[in-house]
Design a protein around this ligand. Structure first.
Ligand code: ADP
Length: 694
């Protein structure tokens, strides 16, 4: 038995390998190769799409630049005349504001002089304003200075300045005098008076310059702050400084870069000092100061960028007027580490004009949004770097190891390179995108077949093992079952043959022989029926049958066996029971098996109830015992062939495990139903139900 079992398993596994694993493996290899090929195709396709995308980006930029250049050409620039290096012109400022990416407009006069249109510069280049030659102390102030600085006779100095003030209408002089008077009052400690004079200077003389870069407006702001601090009025000092900062940010005075920065420093310093004083009321002013500071910090680089451009006039002139470099009249130039990109339009009357584009804004406003938009539909990562390889902008996180498509921006565009990386990588993505689908499905199908094949094989092997286990126990129990009645019959026969036995005893022995042979014949009938039904050879003879009468007969055959074992059978049945269509022998077998089980598995209980009930449609018979019962999970299994519940109690009870199988098979043939209700320790009830014969 064991030898056969092993061979069976081996054969199943062998077939599994031949029929499923090897073909699946071959299919898998083919599918894998297909996917690989597909991946190469996908990558090529991607490369093509990415190349197209770069071309689109360049084309879009080209169009934007051309639009701006065309509309600049249409401006009537002949009318514009400028004398200064930094000149004001509303038409040009308007034009600059119209286009995001235009930084400034500049002119080139006589192919030598570079001038910028002032598009909101925060400050001017150092040395831009010519020194005021006549910078000595005006003669008529001399005495006042004498009183104020040498003699320190402030009252007299004040009277002197005041007298002069009354006699002059010259605005600059009046401003200077007021400034001197406020200064004297401050020195005298008359802060309120000093403050009110500074206020009036601020209101009327703010734009009067004591010297270049030193406007009275700024002087009075600084002095006022000093006054407030002198009387410990931090709040006013801060408010005054914030206002000062606001005016610096608003380009209120024309100042050279170093002065502008000095003034900023001064204002920042005061703000920091006030911050340290930890006065709660200051918070809103401090916030305001912070936001102005941020604004200035954001704008400063643009002014510096433009001043560097202005400062590089010589090399600009050189590259514009040296013959070769003329792709679309656009020029790319590095000055002081900064990149410049501009177009020059040959003009009439010795003046050429140029548009300086903002490379930052070209990136921010044109290229980055366009790339992000394309990237969301085509899916790629991107990066822009200068031609020298310095990173300028790119997707957030570019994974390593992606293949990439790199190209330089065309000659008439900023000196950058654009690199695109397709997002997809590896087999997995190929599966889900593009033409990889077909092979992917083959792959999945192979896996599914393998999986199912494996489960099926394991199940089959397992079932085989189970079945052969059950068969072997069946054989041993059957032989035992056959042997024990035979032995008893033989022993009784020997007694009867060789010993003198009383008539009464004889009768008892004959009854025992009868019982044992009946058991034997039922057992053999069960086995024969089982094999016949299994082989589909069992013949059934259906006839009109009275189930109640049939049950009565079967119970009769049990009577002797039951009385000797003290069993009490309680049989109830209505007088008239509807007939059913059935094979009597088979039905007797069913009843015998059910009652036999009830007896066998009754344990210590000696009570069995059998009832027949009928209605218009059905006739039902139930056999109920109060024995060991069956747990719920076994209810289905007990009908399987050779299945026996393994438990201590049944262990001692003999059985073949085919009784209920036959019951089920016969019930199926009769189109009947079988139902088990059982609780371990409380007993079981097996009910069979037949359709009424009509
Ligand atoms: P067996 O020859 O073992 O009785 P059956 O096919 O008749 O085989 O029954 C299958 C199993 O169902 C039995 O081994 C037993 O464990 C359980 N069984 C059947 N009838 C009863 C019952 N009335 N009470 C408890 N267990 C039962």
């Amino acid at each position: 038995m064991r030898f056969r079992k092993k061979t069976n398993e081996k054969i199943i596994i062998f077939y599994y390998i031949i029929a499923i694993v090897i073909p699946c493996f071959l299919l898998g290899v083919l599918a894998f190769r297909g996917i690989k090929n597909d991946q190469a195709l996908v990558e090529r396709e991607h490369q093509r799409i990415l190349m197209e995308t770069t071309q689109k980006i360049y084309k879009d930029l080209e169009e934007s630049l051309a639009t701006i250049e065309n509309s600049f050409s249409e401006l009537n620039i002949q009318d514009i005349s400028q004398k200064k290096e930094i000149f004001n012109n509303d038409t040009l400022v308007q034009f600059i504001h119209q286009y995001d990416i235009v930084e400034v407009i500049f002119s080139l006069e006589n192919k030598t002089i570079l001038a910028l249109c002032n598009n909101g510069l925060l400050f001017f280049p150092d040395g831009y304003f010519p020194e005021n030659i006549n910078n000595s102390i005006p003669g008529n102030l001399w005495n006042g200075w004498q009183y104020e600085f040498m003699e320190k006779d402030y009252a007299r100095a004040f009277r002197f300045y005041n007298a002069l003030l009354k006699n002059t209408n010259d605005k600059k002089f009046r401003g200077e005098l007021l400034n001197a008077m406020a200064r004297v009052q401050k020195k005298r400690g008359d802060i309120p008076s000093a403050l009110s004079i500074y206020d009036s200077i601020q209101n009327n003389y703010s734009q009067i310059y004591l010297q270049i870069n030193i406007p009275l407006g700024i002087v009075s702001f600084i002095e006022k702050t000093g006054c407030y601090l002198q009387v410990n009025d931090t709040v006013s000092a801060l408010e005054n400084t914030v206002k000062f900062l606001e005016m610096l940010a608003g380009r209120h005075w024309e100042l050279e870069q170093s002065y502008y920065n000095d003034y900023l420093e001064k204002a920042y310093e005061t703000i920091i000092n006030c911050k340290n004083s930890r006065n709660r009321i200051l918070n809103s002013s401090l916030d305001k100061a912070e936001s102005i500071k941020e604004r200035i910090l954001a704008e400063q680089p643009t002014t510096e960028y433009l001043l560097t451009f202005l400062n590089g006039r010589e090399s600009i002139v050189k590259s514009v007027y040296s013959a070769k470099n003329t792709a679309n009249h656009r020029y790319k130039q590095a000055l002081n580490g900064r990149q410049y990109f501009y177009t020059v339009f040959p003009g009439e009357e010795n003046t050429d004009w140029g548009i300086l584009f903002s490379t930052n804004k070209i990136l921010e406003k044109l290229i980055v949004p366009a790339l992000n938009e394309y990237a969301s539909s085509v899916r790629f990562y991107w990066m822009i770097a200068t031609n020298e390889g310095e990173f300028l902008a790119g997707s957030d996180k570019i994974p390593e190891g992606l293949f990439s498509v790199t190209s330089d921006f065309p000659p008439g565009q900023p000196p950058w390179t654009l690199t695109l990386y397709p997002e997809e990588k590896g087999l997995f993505n190929t599966f889900f995108r593009s033409g990889g689908g077909f092979f992917f499905y083959i792959f999945i199908a192979v896996l599914v077949i393998l999986g199912f094949g494996l489960i099926f094989t394991l199940q089959t092997v397992n079932n085989k093992i189970e079945l052969s286990k059950m068969k072997s126990s069946f054989v041993s129990t059957v032989s035992h079952e056959l042997k024990s009645p035979l032995t008893s019959i033989r022993q009784i026969a020997e007694i009867l043959a060789f010993k003198k036995v009383s008539a009464e005893r004889k009768e008892k022995y004959f009854t025992m022989i009868l019982q044992q042979s009946e058991r034997l014949s039922h057992l053999i009938e069960n086995i024969l029926d089982f094999s016949k039904i299994e082989a589909g050879q069992k013949q059934f003879h259906f006839e009109e049958t009275d189930l109640a009468a049939l049950t009565g007969n079967v119970i009769q055959t049990f009577r002797d066996r039951l009385t000797s074992a003290d069993f009490h059978i309680h049989f109830t049945s209505p007088k008239a029971v509807n007939k059913i269509q059935g094979d009597r022998e088979a039905l007797e077998q069913v009843l015998y098996n059910l009652i036999d089980n009830a007896v066998k598995y009754s344990g210590n209980s000696k009570k069995i109830e059998i009832s027949v009930e009928s209605d218009y449609e059905w006739v039902e018979l139930c056999v109920r015992d109060y024995g060991i019962g069956i747990s719920k999970k076994e209810h289905e299994k007990i009908f399987q062939q050779f299945y026996r519940v393994e438990q201590e109690l049944t262990g001692t009870v003999k059985g073949t495990g085919i009784g209920l199988t036959i019951v089920k098979q016969i019930m199926d043939v009769h189109k009947g139903k079988i139902k088990v209700e059982s609780t371990p320790g409380e007993g079981s009830s097996f009910c069979i139900k037949f359709p009424v014969y009509k």
